[in-house]
Design a protein around this ligand. Structure first.
Ligand SMILES: [Zn+2]
Length: 303
């Protein structure tokens, strides 16, 4: 049972969530309007989380959670502030502290919440791939290291405003599989966690942008095959792998639904499919949960 199922007036819970800090008169002036809310409210490893807080338009908001900087942006009304964040699939479960500070000419208000991270129940599996993907030769290792540095650079930078608008949509018209978070062995040796969602797309199926953003990587990579990364702003990225053809260029702005290329079977695969991943900073989030997150009423004022 969740809190909201108890039908207790929401104002009852508010004093639990707020801490009044510097610059305010003694006593709690907190109301529901300055509590931080999370959607979805049940937080599990691998879940995207939309944070919301109300604050005056000229406020400055800062926050951190699980070692990540949380960047808020104002909605059109200027009073509703949002941050699209998430919990990495491998994040430790248990309590975590979400810290948010609202600064305005009235002073600083610290809103802190203890967020319980619940375990997600992911599966295990084994795959067989060509040996070069399990024990790469020295030349391949050099390539893999260079690509690893390139990817680190790409993911370290993100546009400072939200480029996405509204909910994310599936990148391909094909059946998804429920394999995010699966612990896998390759050829009985290499263990890794599957950090994306696979769609059963035959080679040549159009792959589209899940939301608007900027293409920040569009090239062949050793494991990912032909790969396209879109920066949606404020640390949110989507990644499409194993394409047979890339139709966009790096630095290109794309609209939601715009074709990025065609699906295929390049890189470390067992057959044709689209691997689609969602990242917030360095955290991998469950794409199925991102697709279910209703963002239609949330559009950044910076657009
Ligand atoms: Zn995959």
């Amino acid at each position: 049972m969740r809190l909201h199922d108890l039908h207790v007036p929401s104002s009852f819970w508010v004093p639990l969530f707020c801490v009044v800090a510097l610059g305010l008169a003694p006593g709690c002036i907190c109301s529901q309007s300055n509590a931080v809310t999370l959607t979805p409210d049940l937080v599990v490893a691998g879940s995207p989380e939309l944070l919301h807080v109300q604050a005056a338009p000229d406020s400055k908001l800062e926050g951190d959670w699980l070692g990540h900087k949380v960047q808020f942006f104002p909605a059109h009304d200027g009073r509703d502030w949002f941050a699209l964040t998430g919990v990495d699939v491998e994040a430790p479960t248990g309590p975590s502290v979400l810290r948010v500070v609202v600064r305005s000419d009235k002073g600083a208000l610290e809103l802190s919440r203890t967020i319980e991270i619940h375990p997600a129940h992911y599966r295990t599996g084994s795959l067989t791939v060509p040996p070069k993907f399990v024990e790469p030769d020295p030349d391949d290792l050099k390539r893999i290291q260079a690509e690893s540095q390139l990817k680190a650079k790409v993911f370290a930078a993100s546009v400072s405003v939200p480029l996405w608008a509204g909910s994310f949509r599936a990148p391909v018209n094909a059946q998804p599989t429920d394999s995010f978070g699966t612990r896998r062995t390759f050829n009985g040796k290499l263990a890794s966690i599957h950090k994306g969602m696979d769609f059963r797309a035959p080679t040549g199926t159009p792959v589209r942008a899940g939301n608007s953003g900027m293409v920040v990587l569009a090239r062949p990579l050793y494991y990912e095959g032909n790969c396209v990364v879109i920066d949606h702003g404020l640390g949110i990225f989507t990644i499409s792998m194993h394409l047979s053809r890339i139709d966009v260029k790096e630095s290109q702005l794309v609209a939601e639904g715009e074709r990025l290329g065609l699906s295929g079977a390049t890189g470390r695969v067992t057959g044709p499919h689209l691997h689609w991943a969602v990242r917030w900073q360095d955290a991998y989030l469950d794409p199925a949960k991102m697709l279910r997150l209703n963002l239609d009423s949330v559009i950044g004022a910076a657009r």
